[in-house]
Design a protein around this ligand. Structure first.
Ligand code: FDA
Length: 311
């Protein structure tokens, strides 16, 4: 119930306008978002790199509504790739097709993403196409397969979500193409016509998919903070003699930093997804929906900081 309410609130722009003006809410957001500017996000990447962790920069912002916004987002991604290169940081980028114009026109979206991929290829970097709600799954996969992957296979990868019934088939298809996949559970509120309603089924499917990806995939990313899923991955990798150079773990900025460091200490590769930008509200609400106790956690840490500042 609370999860659904938080996901509903994530889609309310009027609430975001109110929240963005509120200093306390902005400090809430700091836990999961690396600031509103590229410069603050690059500082966060530098700190992660110093801990032996790679990054994937994500400019927050969901669907754009006109061509000039889509083109501007594409230019911003090009600038991100150039700054990563100039500052010699260990980071790639993650983007959403709706931020590149998918809701306006396919051709616009393909053109904007290809311009970002072209720059990524010139700079020897990599672009991950995030996966959005299930109304976009088929279009995202088709655009990836037909328009993006064929020309940029070494520089682009996709995301698949274990809560969807279709995902095992999509994993096999991606493995057949040798496409790079990030596996996650899925963050959107989906009907039981397309997604497993029960966590145990989502988890069981995650394990089936991670086995297929580790065995037959091309440098997959296992994106989870779930200790059972992490254990399932390391156990399978050891059993099948799959070395740490064959895949990477991924986690979200501000989530389970203890586990991020522990996995690095154990010799596994770790990449942290670093979101930044002014449009942080829907992202923050999805993170709170995943774990409503974050509300109490963040409130407690803001209160502690405020007390410290007053002293
Ligand atoms: P699960 O939700 O079962 O949580 C397991 C444990 O992890 C919790 O008990 C808690 O300890 C910890 N945890 C999880 N979420 C937390 C949070 N927000 N705050 C604090 N602790 C938390 N989704 C999507 O639909 N499309 C996408 O493209 C992506 N991309 C993506 C990239 C990366 C790098 C990650 C890590 C995740 C995504 N996701 C995503 C989000 C993903 O689908 C999922 O919603 C979250 O990762 C939470 O699922 P877990 O696998 O962590 O397990």
């Amino acid at each position: 119930m609370l999860r659904q309410t938080l996901l509903y609130l994530a889609d309310q722009p009027a609430i975001f306008r109110f929240v963005r003006r509120n200093g306390l809410a902005r400090r809430f957001a700091h836990r999961f978002v690396a600031g509103e500017t590229l410069e603050t996000a690059l500082d966060a990447v530098r700190q992660l790199n110093a801990r032996g962790i790679s990054a994937s920069l994500d400019l927050l912002g969901e669907s754009v509504h006109n061509e000039s916004e889509a083109l501007a987002t594409g230019r911003e991604y090009t600038r991100m790739l150039e700054e990563i290169d100039r500052q010699q940081l260990d980071s790639n980028v993650s983007l959403k097709l709706t931020a590149m114009g998918l809701d306006i026109a396919d051709e616009l979206c393909v053109g904007v993403v290809q311009s970002v991929l072209e720059r990524a290829r010139q700079l020897g970097n990599f672009v991950r196409i995030d996966m959005e709600g299930s109304e976009y799954t088929e279009r995202t996969i088709r655009m990836f397969d037909e328009r993006l992957y064929p020309s940029y296979s070494a520089h682009v990868g996709i995301v698949l979500q274990s809560y969807l019934y279709r995902t095992q088939t999509d994993v096999a298809h991606a493995n057949g193409l040798r496409a790079r996949v990030r596996l996650c559970k899925g963050a959107y509120d989906e009907p039981d016509t397309v997604a497993f309603p029960d966590k145990q089924d989502v988890d069981a499917n995650f394990v089936r998919c991670l086995h297929a990806l580790l065995r037959d995939g091309n440098y997959p990313a296992i994106a989870t903070h779930d200790e059972a899923m992490l254990r399932a991955t390391t156990t399978f990798a050891k059993q099948e003699r799959i070395g740490p150079e064959r895949f990477e773990f991924q986690m979200l900025y501000g989530v389970r930093r203890d586990l991020q460091d522990q996995l690095v200490r154990e010799g596994w590769r770790m990449r942290v997804y670093v979101p930044f930008g002014t449009q942080w509200y829907p992202y923050l609400m999805r993170r709170l929906a995943e774990r409503p106790s974050n509300l109490a956690f963040i409130a407690g840490s803001v209160a502690r900081e405020t007390l410290r500042l007053r002293r």
